[in-house]
Design a protein around this ligand. Structure first.
Ligand SMILES: C[S@@+](CC[C@H](N)C(=O)[O-])C[C@H]1O[C@@H](n2cnc3c(N)ncnc32)[C@H](O)[C@@H]1O
Length: 286
């Protein structure tokens, strides 16, 4: 028999050899995940201490070897555990959805700083943005779109699991949207094609390609979203989008070009440009 600690140490070395930067942390998180999965118990994290000191059951050791092999193949932890914490909830994550990033919480925070009675989230993925907003503003009309039917299914499941009511629509940006909203939010694919090869394997090889890149200059989604926003925003309504750190200028120009006023850039916790928002003139969309 082997203790949990010995297993984790071997796994850490295996992950480090595979180039995983967070080898020690990932080895422990995956051990905790496997313990919960195999025992079927909602094991609190502090109970790990006890399990690290104890001998490991063969079923746990076997499942752990599978999880570590997947991580050594650079599959993201969230896809192996099927979960990612975002804002105040745990979201189901699959190979069909982008792993929600902590920096995207800025979009949620900025949205919640405003008053609005309806919100559209375009390219919803796991639904993390819309569901987080709606969980803080019960009773508001919320609609989410995606071009990926598999992602929409995951988002719908997350809304159900978290207890939020929303409508989920398969749509190529605004193609199936026939109403106006007080707020439109989006974290669209914004990685340029020539940046794809420089991404970490966890992202480049495992996350859905259509969630990452427009196969062009990284601005195609913003062109479509900004162009369509004035016809889908109420008078004075806002468009808020997440951007890559070098895109603030281009996206602000696209907003201005579409007739949205006063584009404003917000920085994330690392001081990088992360969100741009603009407003529909009060005379438009009445
Ligand atoms: C960067 S991911 C964002 C996912 C999620 N909103 C988040 O922040 O975690 C972009 C999403 O846009 C979707 N998408 C890509 N092209 C689209 C299109 N033409 N129309 C609607 N959604 C699209 C992708 O399927 C993906 O779910």
């Amino acid at each position: 028999m082997t203790t949990g600690r010995a297993l984790c140490q071997t796994a850490e070395a295996q992950l480090a050899a595979a180039g995983v930067a967070s080898a020690a942390g990932d080895a422990q998180v995956l051990f905790w995940h496997v313990l919960r999965q195999v025992t079927g118990q909602a094991l609190p994290r502090h109970a790990l201490r006890e399990h690290l000191a104890a001998d490991v059951a063969p079923a746990v050791a076997q499942a752990y070897a599978v999880a570590i092999a997947a991580r050594a193949g650079r599959q993201p932890v969230s896809q192996i555990t099927g979960r990612r914490a975002f804002w105040k909830h745990d979201f189901r994550v699959t190979a069909d959805t982008l792993d929600p990033r902590p920096e995207t919480e800025l979009l949620v925070e900025a949205a919640l700083g405003e008053s609005f009675d309806s919100v559209l989230d375009m390219g919803t993925g796991t639904g993390a943005i819309l569901i987080s907003i709606l969980s803080e503003r019960p009773g508001i009309r919320g609609v989410a779109t995606d071009l990926s039917p598999a992602a929409l299914e995951v988002a719908q499941g997350n809304a159900h699991m978290i207890g939020v009511a929303a409508e989920f629509i398969s749509s190529d940006w605004f193609s199936e949207i026939n109403e106006r909203f007080a707020l439109i939010v989006s974290n669209p694919p914004y990685i340029a094609l020539d940046e794809m090869s420089g991404l970490a394997p966890e992202v480049r090889d495992w996350e859905p390609r259509m969630a990452l890149t427009d196969e062009g200059d990284g601005l195609a989604a913003y062109r479509a979203i900004c162009a369509g926003a004035p016809d889908h925003l109420k008078p004075g309504g806002r468009l808020m989008v997440e951007i890559g750190p070098t895109q603030a200028h281009d996206v602000s120009d696209l907003m201005r070009g579409a007739g949205l006023t006063d584009p404003t850039v917000l920085k994330d916790l690392d001081g990088r440009d992360r969100v741009v928002w603009g407003r529909n003139p009060v005379t438009k969309g009445a």
